[in-house]
Design a protein around this ligand. Structure first.
Ligand code: NAD
Ligand code: ZN
Ligand code: ZN
Length: 369
């Protein structure tokens, strides 16, 4: 069938929205009509080349939609089912899945190639060329074909135009605070970078019972939004935060520091450690450029203060358990979801959406289909 998608043909170019050819779903695959797709910064890393995935590629990995057709052997999904995509597939059987770490499912090994999990071939084509899929999804498209391992079925009535954000930003940010940082009641938490990920780390910290939440971002709009989501203090840089956190905590600093900047910077990890308390933890959630090999920090600080630096992928969460869990908190009014969507765009406006992200105008921009 014909559908439309936003393709990145070359590093440094705009997203090109064009008609593509889409094959029917093969064994274990489903055809999904998209309802919403968030504009996460990770797709921007494809454009800058910081994340060197194979091109051309259909972008987008934070999506939700309705199943329209299922391939042979699909179990548990039928036409009409509402689904949210997990940006890492989960097979349920590999050692990571079996031990409660679906975010590290062995099927994640196919992400960089972007071809279908079943047979490593493409269902999406344009100009006689096979197209890759960001995170095996390609949610910047009116329709896509994905493996059922990437689909989490949700209840009818879930507002997919907003709940698409649970496919990445909400779970990643919330889980970075709740699981990776392990925030406990009464702790002081700093979140560095208030975008779609960081704002959810703020609300994760709030839901986990944090005492003080320091939101750090150079953009005034982001700092205002962070206060509305539960932050108690703000600063415009890590440097300024060192003074704010030091004063509020009588020099003890933040128990947990969560890094959610647009692009991680090795030279700022030491500054993050400097605002971290004894036995505190820095969580690196933001992606660094694939080519970056240097981090500047004081190893003596690690030893003498027993500090930790850890990474976190998809909030160290189990999407099949955590997406329904967070939808429950949303239904109960505890998780803010509607407020995350600052602006909506048509697929054709995707480059405007990313320009707004670069300029710091959105907590999240969302494509409505
Ligand atoms: N680990 C994961 O599983 C995972 C998942 C999704 C996204 N990410 C990564 O998380 C990061 C954030 O993504 P996003 O979509 O929220 O991005 P975003 O562009 O929406 O937000 C980034 C924010 O960081 C702020 N910022 C930039 N430099 C800063 C600095 N020096 N100090 C403080 N704040 C600064 C910007 O003003 C912006 O508000 C990206 O690197 C993205 O690729 C990681
Ligand atoms: Zn993302
Ligand atoms: Zn698995």
């Amino acid at each position: 069938m014909k559908t439309r998608a936003a393709i990145l043909w070359e590093v440094g170019k705009d997203w090109s929205v064009e008609e593509i050819d889409l094959d029917p779903p093969s064994a274990g695959e489903v055809l999904v009509r998209l309802v919403g797709s968030g504009l996460c910064h990770s797709d921007e890393h494809l454009v800058t080349g910081d994340l060197p995935f194979a091109l051309p590629i259909i972008g987008g990995h934070e999506g939700a939609g309705i199943v329209e057709e299922v391939g042979p052997g699909v179990q548990g999904l039928a036409p009409g089912d509402p689904v949210i995509f997990g940006f890492i597939p989960s097979c349920g059987r590999c050692p990571s899945c079996a031990t409660g770490h679906e975010n590290l499912c062995d099927l994640g090994m196919y992400l960089g190639v972007g071809r279908q999990i079943s047979d490593q071939t493409a269902r999406h084509h344009a100009h006689d060329t096979d197209l890759g899929l960001m995170c095996l999804l390609g949610t910047f498209a009116e329709r896509t074909v994905v493996n059922e391992a990437s689909c989490i079925k949700v209840d009818g009535g879930v507002p997919l135009d907003k709940a698409c954000l649970l496919g990445c930003g909400v779970v990643t940010g919330w889980g970075s605070a709740v699981y990776a940082a392990g925030v406990t009641p009464g702790e002081d938490v700093a979140v560095v970078g208030i975008g779609g990920i960081g704002i959810n780390a703020v609300q994760g910290a709030r839901l986990a019972g944090a005492h003080r939440i320091f939101a750090i971002d150079p953009v005034p709009f982001k700092r205002e939004q962070a206060m509305a989501f539960g932050a108690t203090h703000t600063a415009s840089s890590l440097e300024e935060a060192a003074a704010v956190i030091g004063e509020a905590t009588l020099g003890r600093m933040a128990n947990k520091v969560i890094m959610t900047m647009g692009l991680g910077q090795g030279e700022l990890v030491g500054a993050a450690l400097a605002v971290t308390a004894k036995r505190g933890r820095v969580v690196i959630t933001n992606l660094h450029a694939a080519t970056e090999m240097q981090v500047s920090m004081s190893p003596l600080d690690l030893t003498l203060m027993e500090k930790q630096v850890v990474g976190s992928l998809f909030g160290s969460a189990n999407p099949r358990a955590d997406i329904p869990k967070l939808l429950g908190l949303y239904a109960q009014g505890q998780l803010m979801l509607d407020e995350l969507v600052t602006r909506t765009y048509r697929l054709d406006e995707i480059n405007t959406g990313y320009e707004d992200m670069r300029e710091g105008r959105n907590l999240r921009g969302v494509i409505n289909f």
